[in-house]
Design a protein around this ligand. Structure first.
Ligand code: MG
Length: 250
C-alpha cells in the first residue's frame, strides 16, 4: 500500500513536470524577408527612397516642387540653393538605411563642415522636426550634441564612428514615433536607436521633443510625417547621399 501510493505520486509528478513544448510558440509565423545580397541591396520588403537614378520619391520642403538636388553617377548631391528635400510619402514607425559622403577636400570647421542632417519626422517647414545630425566629425571639433550621430542638441552619439571625408558612411536607424493623446499631450515620447557604420551610436534614446537650433525642445502633435534631408546653409562643399530605403514598422 505504501509502495503503491509512492508510485502514484511519482507518476503524477512526471505528468505535471514542465515540458519543452509548454513554452514553444508556433504562430503567427514571421513574414519572410529576403535580405539584400550585398550591403548595397535593400531587403525585399523595403521601400526604396533613392536608388541612384531618380528623386521621384522626393519634393522640395518649401513648396513641394520637384526636388532640385543633383543626381549623377548613382548619387545625389545637396543643392544648397534648392533647400531641404523630403519624401512625398509620410511615415510613422520605421527602420531607415541611408549612406552619405563628405566630399574629399572638404573645407570649413565646426558646424560649417559637411553639415546636413536626416529629419526622421519632418513636422514643420525649414528645419522643423527631429534631426539626426550629419556632419564631418572626422577630427573636427564642435559641441558634442551637434556632432555626427547626435540627436541634435539632445543626445550626443555614444561614440564617434566617423570615417574620413571621401569615404561612404552608413546610418541605420530605428524611429519610434511619439504618441499623443487627443488633447495633444505626450503619451509616449519619440525614441531612436541608430548605428553609424555598423556601430551603435544611439540606444533607445528618448527625445524631449523636436530638435531645435535655439531654445528648449517641445512636442507638436502629429500622426505621420515625411523624412527630410537638410540643405545646410554653410559654405563648405555639399555632401552626397546614395542607397536610401525604409521599412515601415507596425
Ligand atoms: Mg544639420
Amino acid at each position: 500500500m505504501v509502495a503503491a501510493v509512492a508510485l502514484t505520486g511519482a507518476a503524477a509528478l512526471a505528468q505535471d513536470a514542465p515540458k519543452p513544448e509548454d513554452t514553444e510558440q508556433w504562430s503567427p509565423v514571421p513574414p519572410v524577408v529576403t535580405p539584400g545580397r550585398t550591403d548595397a541591396e535593400p531587403p525585399s520588403d523595403a521601400l526604396v527612397l533613392f536608388d541612384g537614378k531618380t528623386l521621384d520619391q522626393w519634393v522640395a520642403t518649401k513648396d513641394k516642387a520637384p526636388a532640385g538636388w543633383t543626381v549623377a553617377g548613382g548619387v545625389v548631391t545637396v543643392n544648397k540653393a534648392a533647400g531641404n528635400i523630403e519624401t512625398k510619402k509620410s511615415f510613422r514607425n520605421f527602420q531607415l538605411h541611408l549612406e552619405w559622403r563628405v566630399p574629399p577636400g572638404v573645407t570649413g570647421s565646426g558646424q560649417a563642415r559637411g553639415n546636413s542632417g536626416v529629419f526622421l519626422a519632418s513636422t514643420g517647414p525649414g528645419d522643423g522636426g527631429y534631426e539626426l545630425q550629419i556632419l564631418d566629425s572626422y577630427e573636427n571639433k564642435t559641441y558634442v550634441n551637434g556632432q555626427a550621430g547626435a540627436l541634435y542638441k539632445q543626445h550626443p552619439p555614444l561614440v564617434n564612428a566617423m570615417r574620413k571625408p571621401g569615404e561612404w558612411q552608413t546610418y541605420d536607424v530605428v524611429w519610434t514615433a511619439p504618441v499623443f493623446a487627443a488633447d495633444g499631450s505626450v503619451t509616449s515620447p519619440a525614441k531612436v536607436t541608430a548605428f553609424h557604420n555598423g556601430v551603435l551610436i544611439q540606444n533607445d534614446a528618448v527625445l524631449a521633443g523636436e530638435t531645435r537650433y535655439i531654445g528648449k525642445p517641445s512636442y507638436r502633435p502629429y500622426a505621420t510625417a515625411p523624412i527630410k534631408l537638410q540643405a545646410h546653409g554653410d559654405p563648405s562643399p555639399p555632401i552626397s547621399f546614395r542607397n536610401i530605403w525604409v521599412r515601415e514598422l507596425p
